[in-house]
Design a protein around this ligand. Structure first.
Ligand code: ZN
Length: 423
């Protein structure tokens, strides 16, 4: 029996053209504005091949020439190939949706992943298709009103839970009450745009590879701590897509503490017995110990906030409420423990944490890092551990990342899919 795995990949002329175009485009993304000769040196392509690719990429709206930066400008002797080129951030845009539990983030990004527009749309506690229905009605108008003179080349849609990017299906999202939701088809029908769907931890990882820390290209793990807790892994610039489309679900990592010291051990056992029951039937799961849901409910139960609410807890922390500070620090230590386990198992070049308080305040990232160093057997310092650099824009950038990832990997093919009415 012949399996798909046994078959060698078929490389058509279009694939080769896209591979070269991608190499040129990504080199300009990393080093632009840059001279064509330097692109040739960095990619190993011939000067004439680079020049041909640049002509195509400029025509497609992906690159632009920067004559104002030319060296020896005005002599005319060196000609056009000496004009530096850069990623064009003016002509094309990518739309994105991050569908979260409390709200959905709509965004428009330029090709460097900069946020041109971002809007949070409350989900008003809806679940199931009712979360999606108002978005499907609103999106076409929103995109048309906001794109300005730009061509929107695609829409990314990312969310927690198990997402199958190949089939465009949201397989299951417990908190949203979704099962086998045909997300791509629904969004394509509503907007007429090519749609790429993905899990948000994988999308955050893709965004980091494209626009983030250089070590992300070697290997990285992204831990997302929100209402869901999940993780994604990338090696050599490729985001791992686990079977069957599931990302790393870290929610049930048994995180209840066990210290060697006798007294501490007793205390930890009591803690574990007190720990809230996870929906999986066990106690001490990471998602119960560290999710936003748990943190915001604890803050409300202690009277720190009037109700379980992110903005209210952020305000309490920023006003210096010691009870809020203690809750956030406790969670930071729990996350540090989880990251130490993760880093010891995977040993990545980079660990990126996307969590509200570590992103907002370096003091909380320091708590995570201190616990990480204390717990890790492999890592003596926490240099590899960083907080998500995009801050509050992180999920907005991740929302467009599946489309941007496709655009940088297969620029010619990706743009061939953009329908005329969005130009
Ligand atoms: Zn569990």
């Amino acid at each position: 029996m012949t399996t798909a795995l046994a078959r060698p990949p078929v490389r058509t002329g279009d694939d080769r053209r896209d591979a070269n175009a991608s190499a040129v485009l990504r080199t300009v993304l990393d080093h632009g504005p840059i001279a064509r000769s330097r692109v040739a040196a960095l990619t190993g392509l011939s000067a004439s091949a680079v020049s041909r690719q640049v002509v195509d990429l400029v025509r497609l709206g992906l690159l632009c020439e920067r004559p104002e930066l030319a060296v020896g400008r005005g002599t005319g002797a060196l000609g056009r190939p000496q004009l530096p080129v850069d990623v064009d951030t003016d002509r094309l845009a990518v739309a994105g949706l991050h569908i979260g539990v409390p709200y959905t983030t709509f965004t428009l990004l330029d090709l460097r992943g900069q946020v041109l527009y971002r809007q949070e749309i409350s989900n008003r506690g809806r679940t199931g298709f009712a979360v999606l229905k108002p978005l499907l009605e609103r999106l076409p108008r929103l995109i048309a009103a906001l794109r300005g003179g730009r061509t929107v080349v695609g829409l990314g849609a990312v969310t927690g839970g198990a997402v199958d990017p190949e089939r465009g299906l949201m397989l299951r999202h417990g908190l949203l009450g979704w099962r086998d939701m045909p997300l791509r088809e629904l969004l394509e029908d509503a907007t007429g745009l090519p749609v790429q769907v993905d899990n948000h931890a994988r999308a955050l990882t893709q965004a980091e590879i494209l626009f983030g820390h250089p070590a992300a290209r070697r290997s990285m793990v992204q831990l997302f701590v929100g209402h869901v807790v999940d993780a994604a892994l990338a090696v050599a610039g490729t985001v791992h897509q686990g079977p069957p489309s599931a990302t790393g679900d870290l929610g049930h990592l048994p995180i209840a503490d066990r210290l060697a010291d006798g007294q501490a051990d007793e205390r930890a056992d009591e803690d574990a017995d007190d720990a809230a029951l996870c929906h999986c039937g066990r106690r001490g799961c990471l998602s119960v110990a560290a999710s936003d849901t748990t943190l915001f409910e604890a803050a409300a139960a202690e009277g720190i906030t009037a109700k379980p609410d992110r903005a209210q807890l952020i305000a309490a922390v920023q006003q210096g409420d010691p009870r809020a500070d203690r809750l956030v620090r406790e969670r930071a230590r729990t996350i540090g423990r989880a990251l130490a386990l993760l880093a010891d198992v995977v040993n990545p070049d980079l660990l990126v944490l996307t969590e509200t308080f570590a992103v907002l305040d370096p003091a909380y990232l320091d708590v995570v890092r201190a616990e990480f160093t204390l717990r890790s057997h492999l890592h003596r310092d926490a240099d590899l551990l960083i907080a998500q650099q995009r801050g509050p824009d992180a999920l907005a950038v991740a929302a467009g990342a599946p489309v941007l990832g496709e655009l940088y990997a297969r620029p010619v093919r990706a743009l061939a899919a953009t329908p005329a009415r969005h130009r």
